[in-house]
Design a protein around this ligand. Structure first.
Ligand SMILES: [Zn+2]
Length: 102
C-alpha cells in the first residue's frame, strides 16, 4: 500500500463527505500514482489519457452522487517534505556546480 499524497473530496447526499485518494508507493514504484476510492473498491488503471482529477470527480459524482463542495488537497506532510526537499536539491546542485568549476 502506498501513501496517500493527495485527496479529492466532495459532499454527497445528506452531507456525507466522500474521498478519493491519490496514493504513491515511494518504495517500489514512485513513478506511478494510484487512484483509490475510500468508500468502495474503485481503483482504476491510470494508463489512460484522462486527467487524474477528472477521473476522481467523475467517480465521486457518478458512483456516490457527490458533486458539491469539491476540494483537491495535497497531503500536508507530503507537501511539507517537498517544500524542504526542493531548496535542498537546489543548494546541492549549486554547490556541485561551484565545486566542478573550481
Ligand atoms: Zn467510490
Amino acid at each position: 500500500m502506498g501513501a496517500a499524497i493527495r485527496h479529492f473530496t466532495a459532499i454527497g447526499p445528506g452531507g456525507q463527505v466522500f474521498t478519493v485518494n491519490v496514493e504513491r508507493d515511494f518504495r517500489y514504484d514512485p513513478s506511478r500514482d494510484l487512484l483509490a476510492c475510500a468508500h468502495c473498491d474503485w481503483s482504476p488503471s491510470l494508463l489512460t489519457t484522462q486527467r487524474i482529477d477528472a477521473m476522481a470527480w467523475d467517480h465521486l459524482a457518478g458512483s456516490h452522487d457527490a458533486t458539491r463542495g469539491r476540494t483537491d488537497q495535497e497531503n500536508e506532510s507530503f507537501r511539507r517534505a517537498r517544500r524542504v526537499m526542493l531548496p535542498l536539491c537546489a543548494v546541492v546542485s549549486v554547490v556541485l556546480l561551484v565545486f566542478l568549476q573550481s
